[in-house]
Design a protein around this ligand. Structure first.
Ligand SMILES: Cc1ncc(C[n+]2csc(CCOP(=O)(O)OP(=O)(O)O)c2C)c(N)n1
Length: 312
């Protein structure tokens, strides 16, 4: 910074650095949280199943600051990043997944079924959109300006309920935001082998606007979708936002069917690589801090007693 730089410029540059720091804090917290889950599974300390959002963390991080408290968020089986971006509550989520005291849903929901104010996730593909549409009707009537957001994967366009819900949301003009995390694969089936046409074409079939976002840069993602979200709040016309993202991990745990070449290609699209190239020192510093923060949560939560349902 030069000594005679205008004060307003200095302030905006500081705000930019602050924004970048705060995005990296959350991005790296989620990354280390997901890695910790896979480690806990390998060590036999976690049971059941889990689906990490490795490589997709930047979608909820970008959206978080564009959302309002009264918006309702519907998450899916790959939902830890959605939850952490909204509540910043790693201990509550980990305790839930480990079935320990203090879990968000008393250990009954586990990784995929979380309920908290303004947030509901489901492991059943396609289940969320009809419910999100109903909630959007409620929001339109009682909380104008609020939106109902449903995160779905590319593979979930194979569920009929998605189309029934979209039809109604479009027809009744309901404030629904469909966030598609298109990672190019559904469990083991590449998108090219399960989807005829495109997500854009499917949105167009209902007369709905669609935007495709393909960048690892969180601030750029926000810039691209800011007006779309604002428009839904005013017009109640749903929108389909399709984020092109890599899936860096297995579908669930240890069940990756992709070749080493495909995995290497996915890694070149990782936001982590992008930010590390652009801000090596900052990323190194925050990486260390957030890894330690997650490890502290793991150490604390694993000492807790098993979850018990509250007595009525
Ligand atoms: C109704 C239903 N069918 C099958 C499954 C099993 N299943 C869980 S995730 C998944 C693939 C989902 O693919 P996609 O929507 O692309 O999301 P991604 O896993 O890639 O994030 C399948 C088949 C399920 N959970 N629900």
């Amino acid at each position: 910074m030069t000594a005679n730089a205008p004060a307003a410029w200095e302030a905006s540059s500081d705000a930019k650095t602050q924004g970048l720091r705060s995005d990296l804090d959350l991005l790296l917290y989620i990354r280390h949280f997901e890695n910790a889950l896979l480690e806990l599974f390998s060590a036999g300390e976690l049971h059941g199943t889990t689906h990490t959002c490795l490589g997709q963390e930047h979608v909820p991080v970008a959206l978080a600051s564009l959302l309002r408290a009264e918006d309702f968020l519907f998450s899916n089986h790959r939902g830890h990043g959605h939850y952490l971006s909204r509540f910043r509550d790693g201990a509550g989520l980990l305790a839930e997944i480990m079935g320990r005291e203090g879990g968000v849903c008393h250990g009954v929901g586990g990784s995929q079924h979380l309920l908290r104010e303004g947030f509901l996730s489901t492991g059943v593909q396609g289940e969320s959109l009809p419910v999100a549409t109903g909630v959007a009707l409620h929001l339109k009537r009682h909380h104008p300006g609020a939106v109902s957001i449903a995160f779905i994967g590319d593979g979930t366009w194979g569920e009929g309920a998605v189309y029934e819900a979209l039809n109604m949301a479009a027809l009744w003009e309901l404030p629904v935001v469909v966030v598609v995390e298109n990672n190019g694969i559904a469990q083991s089936t590449p998108t090219t082998q399960h989807m005829a046409g495109t997500v854009a074409g499917r949105a167009a079939a209902f007369g709905l606007p669609h935007r495709r976002i393909d960048t690892p840069d969180v601030e750029e993602m926000r810039r691209l979708v800011r007006d779309d979200l604002a428009r839904v709040r005013v017009t109640n016309i749903p929108v389909v936002l399709e984020f092109c993202v890599p899936r860096l991990g297995p579908h669930s745990k240890g069940d990756d069917t992709r070749s080493p070449r495909e995995l290497a290609a996915a890694r070149t699209r990782d936001w982590y690589q992008y930010y590390r190239d652009a801000h090596p020192l900052l990323v190194e510093e925050i990486d260390r801090t957030q890894r330690a923060a997650v490890h502290a949560v793991v150490d604390e939560v694993r000492t807790r007693p098993p979850a018990r349902l509250p007595t009525r």
